[in-house]
Design a protein around this ligand. Sequence first.
Ligand code: 0L1
Ligand code: MG
Length: 258
Amino acid sequence: VTDVAKWADYLLDAESRGDAVAPITDVESGLTLEQAYDVQRMVLDRKTAAGEQVVGAKLGLTSRAKQEAMGVYEPVYGVLTDAMVLPIEEPVRLGELIHPRVEPEIVFILDADLSGPGVTVHDVVDASSAICCGLEIIDSRYADFRFTLGDVVADNTSAARFVLGPAPIEPTFDLRLLGCLLEVDGRLEATAAGAAVLGHPAEAVARLANWLARRGEKLRRGWKVLSGGLTDAVPLAPGRHITATFGRLGALGIRAVE
Ligand code: 0L1
Ligand code: MG
């Protein structure tokens, strides 16, 4: 595809109307990964021009559970803005979203820039003042969450909202062994460990820093980086309560309202 601006407006429009649209690749063939990130970038430029601030970045499709659920087998990244921050005590308002789902994530809080190439797991841990648990609320702008790799990249990897856990701690332990229980309305839905994310969640952040270098970009001091869902995502419905309990990182819950 050549008309990056047209597809950026297509996705922004779907988001603001709260109506799902067909994947770009259903409408026009030939979307390259590079063009998909150009569309994502233009969506972001439109949002920052309207006053949103970039507060972090996210990886998606970093665990086998997520890759198999979505049928897309490569990690992807997106950008987080202040408009996506959901304060810990606030419910998710379903009326603002299309068909949101929730997934538990390990979040890195950077106190130094990370510029690739050559960033390693150790560099990521060194650059992180703390980590915390998080819940990401994804909301694909595509009907039925059906998309190709290029489509989901253009759509900022389904980013919609995120909540951070209350008690960030220093990453001075083995993050591969950090356990996670996901509960829906008090019933156990899924279990995972940090290693579900590319063998080590800091590996996801390192890859992101190295990919960004190819586009002349970097991860910045102060950013929050979501390393990707450890389990498959759970759909939200009115009244549904979702809790993630993460070993040393503690627990975090959200509730959905109409
Ligand atoms: O954060 C994520 O893992 C989302 C990646 C995009 C795929 C999806 O919408 O599930
Ligand atoms: Mg995610």
